[in-house]
Design a protein around this ligand. Sequence first.
Ligand SMILES: [Zn+2]
Ligand SMILES: [Zn+2]
Length: 276
Amino acid sequence: MKKFCLLAIVIFVQVATIVAQEPTSQYKEKEVFRSEDVIFRQIDAHTWVGNGHLIANESLYLIEGNERAILIDAGKKIADLDKIVASITDKPVTLVATHVHSDHTGEPIHYFPVIYLNAADTVNVPGTMPNYKGEIRYLKDGEMIDLGGRRIEVVFTPGHTPGSTTFIDKEKGYGFSGDAFGSGNLLLGTDFSTLLATCEKMEGLMKKYKLTHLYPGHYMGTNIETPKRISDMRQMSIDMLAGKVKGEKTERGMMGLDHVLNMHGVRINYGEKQLK
Ligand SMILES: [Zn+2]
Ligand SMILES: [Zn+2]
């Protein structure tokens, strides 16, 4: 009995810790599709977000133009994802990835004959998508994806991974940033110099295009990325590189990262060797 109680307490503490780390999910968008694996909600007339429930509400975005559509990321495990998106849009759908991690380029990529990604994330391909039988094509920094009456700009935003990419809809005033920005905790898979350069670049673009927010790779309904947070992260990177601020040592967590810098409501998880 004692053993059982102890086990129950351990499980409770673990679950409580996971829940505490994630912002509460609170969606205002209208639900348009639900299966066991995913819920799609409508952001606006031609834009939808899908949320899985395996890794912190892993998110995929369906962006439709007059002629075609892109699906940004494919989640971790969603049966018949190709059929699901075809039930939402009647336009042909091309799969593009914000980065190569199993919660974004997971099993459902197999439903798509081609995937577009940033070549810098090829380093993650053997470990993450070793059995992909389709064709891998590469995105170009600054290229425009023309969907017919709607243009999406590809912006390389390395930091979380070497090939992390953000997709921007200038007209609408928003973008889709994967895990590069806005997922509550930034897991720094590269280093602070890379993050600084990316924050500089994105801060400039958000100003120039008057973007109000970025939808992240783990959208909970409340955690969109803002220009203010990106300038905070830029400053944190500068101060970190100058030795003006110090993070705390933590247990080895996701991606083997064992330090966290927690300021301005932003958490950047990093490892000792990334202090450059
Ligand atoms: Zn990731
Ligand atoms: Zn992710």
